[in-house]
Design a protein around this ligand. Structure first.
Ligand code: HEM
Ligand code: CU
Length: 568
């Protein structure tokens, strides 16, 4: 059947559009990348609160030996769902949310390449999270085999609950959502850059997201394969990972995804740090291209180290995987060097974004150093599956996803809302978080060395682990207070915060060239883009270039030639 569309009169269409935009329906049906970005970030933050609450219950259980707040099976569900939710429903979607909001703005585009796919991706992510959390509402309870779901523990024999199937299916769908999201982001970066925005002028946040999206494309399908096979084993009599097959194959597939996943979380937050450091050092970034190549190298290496999670199986080449793991420290070191060189002799401004960023560097450094220890097989054999590993992974994961996230939120909140978050509350929150985090997780190194295994819901008083556990649980309360303070700051500043103006920090990149919040199609006009920091250029050069040349990309710049970032 064919119908002829009658064009709607203009006045009527404006009316419909205006009302469709307002209120709940407008948000639920939006395809605007900025709104979808905010939906992602708010949802991810809610999952952070839920997963955080689970960790508080676990820390309460472990505060005192032989306390029985929870039965052991509930404890198993809690650490599994805490880890799963933090990785898949907090850190990853927080990254996708930031990318959604910022990438089109940073490259001078009106939206992402496929706005409707973008909306679909968001709703698929919510749907998948609800499926996984649905496990708590079935009789036998949620998945309880740890966030990486190793068989044979995750087979039907040992984990008969439907909650485990919900976990498998939910994660599979969340992987599909991540893949679709990264296709969209890649298409946006490759196809929608403004004139003059060459690849070597992309802001580093965008570069990090580009590499992250490629990591997602290569790693999530492997996770999908592992989960699909696990599902077949569980429900349709398969025997790929059962003892008739080979449970180790699952570990290989899982960590071929799992290690890049750590960088899917870390790289975007490195990108956040790399945006914030130069702005608050009042200097151009030191070593733009070194950052780009370090990002690509970290991404590439991350596919060659997976079996460092499997040293103690005795079934992998410890030498090969130890060496590749050590090598990752080199490009990461390049980034640290670049950050420090940017800060060196800068006029440092310790506003909240910078505080969090410096906090992130310190925490990630500790996590990186314990990572080098763990990559050494003799040490790993000694502390594998102890609290040393719990400490290491929280320094790495919390350091990036929470410290750098807060840095990014304080930095870009003015762009999202047109208002500033309260700086004083932000600084109090930072110190609470910094002290709370270290009091919680630093003692866990010692607990691990003292032999406390991870994933235990109880321990005997005579083991000598009492004081440090009580300390760690006390620290987690400080973290909770810090997070509550942020919620208060967020809620009040949305309507009462100081008006921010378009560019409160003196930013370097294009998102600061438009209003706060940006109009529906982002830009009414763009400044000339002749380097990776067009706004700084505008301030330094004024509207006319040195030598009196007119503003705007020159002929060969328009042809896409790179001028090495236009530094000078
Ligand atoms: C908000 C503060 C946090 C606290 C107090 C906390 C606490 C805990 C506790 C008590 C465990 C269980 C340890 C065990 O029994 O072996 C755990 C495990 C874990 N946490 Fe956290 N955590 C926090 C934040 C995070 C964040 C931000 C992430 C990642 C982005 C994360 C990722 C994980 C993972 C992957 C596990 C392992 C789960 C497993 O063993 O299967 N946590 N955490
Ligand atoms: Cu790894």
């Amino acid at each position: 059947m064919t119908t002829v569309e009658q064009p709607m009169p203009d006045a009527q269409r404006r009316h419909v559009l205006k009302h469709a935009d307002d209120g709940l329906i407008g948000w639920l049906t939006t395809t605007d990348h900025k709104r979808i970005g905010i939906l992602y970030m708010v949802s991810a933050f809610i999952f952070f609160l839920v997963a955080g609450l689970m960790s508080l219950v676990m820390r309460a259980e472990l505060a005192i030996p032989e306390l029985q707040l929870l039965d052991l099976q509930t404890y198993n569900q809690l650490f599994t769902m805490h880890g799963t939710a933090m990785i898949f429903f907090f850190a990853t979607p927080m990254v996708i949310g930031l990318a959604n909001y910022l990438i089109p703005l940073q490259i001078g585009a009106p939206d992402v390449a496929f706005p409707r796919l973008n909306a679909f991706t968001y709703w698929l992510f919510i749907f998948s999270a609800l499926i996984v959390f649905g496990g708590f509402f079935v009789t036998a309870g949620a998945a309880a085999f740890g966030w990486y779901g190793y068989p044979p523990l995750s087979t039907k024999t040992f984990s008969p609950s439907v909650g485990a199937d919900l976990w498998v299916v939910g994660l599979l769908l969340s992987g599909v959502a991540s893949i679709l999201g990264s296709v969209n982001i890649l298409a946006t970066i490759f196809a929608l850059r403004a004139p003059g925005m060459t690849m070597f002028r992309l802001p580093l946040f965008t570069w990090n997201i580009l590499v992250t999206s490629i990591l997602i494309l290569f790693s999530f399908p492997v996770l999908g394969a592992a989960l699909a096979l696990l599902f077949i084993d569980r429900n349709f009599g398969g025997s790929v990972f059962t003892t008739a097959g080979d449970p180790l194959v699952y570990q290989h597939l899982f960590w071929f995804f799992g290690h890049p996943e750590v960088y899917i979380i870390a790289l975007p937050f490195f990108g956040v740090v790399t945006e914030i450091v130069p702005v608050f050092s009042r200097k151009p970034l030191f070593g733009y291209k070194a950052f780009v190549f370090a990002t690509i190298l970290i991404g590439a290496y991350s596919f060659s180290v997976w079996a460092h999670h499997m040293f103690t199986t005795g079934a992998v080449s410890t030498v090969y995987f130890a060496i590749t793991s050590f090598l990752i420290a080199i490009p990461t070191g390049v980034k640290f060097f670049g950050w420090i060189a940017t800060m060196w002799r800068g006029s440092l401004w310790f506003a909240t974004p910078m505080l969090y960023v410096v906090g992130m560097m310190a925490m990630f450094l500790i996590g990186g150093i314990t990572g080098v220890f763990l990559a050494s097989p003799p040490i790993d054999y000694a502390v594998h599956d102890t609290y040393y590993v719990v400490a290491h992974m929280h320094y790495v994961l919390f350091g990036t996803s929470v410290f750098a996230m807060f840095g990014g939120l304080f930095y870009w909140f003015p762009k999202f809302t047109g208002r500033m978050l309260d700086e004083r509350l932000g600084k109090v929150q930072f110190w609470l978080l910094f002290v709370g985090f270290n009091v919680t997780f630093f003692p866990m190194h010692q607990l691990g060395i003292d032999g406390m295994p991870r994933r235990i819901g109880d321990y005997a008083a005579e083991r000598g682990w009492n004081d440090l556990n009580l300390l760690a649980s006390g620290g987690s309360v400080l973290i909770a207070v810090a997070v509550l303070l942020f919620l208060w700051n967020f809620w009040t500043s949305r309507s009462l915060g100081l008006p921010a103006g378009d560019d409160p920090w003196g930013g370097h990149t294009l998102e600061w060239a438009t209003s706060s919040p940006p109009p529906h199609h982002n830009f009414t006009s763009l400044p000339p883009i002749t380097s990776d920091r067009p706004l700084l250029d505008l301030r330094v050069r004024g509207p006319v270039r040195q030598g009196g040349e007119p503003v705007g990309p020159s002929e060969d710049e328009r042809a896409g030639a790179d001028d090495g970032g236009g530094r000078g």
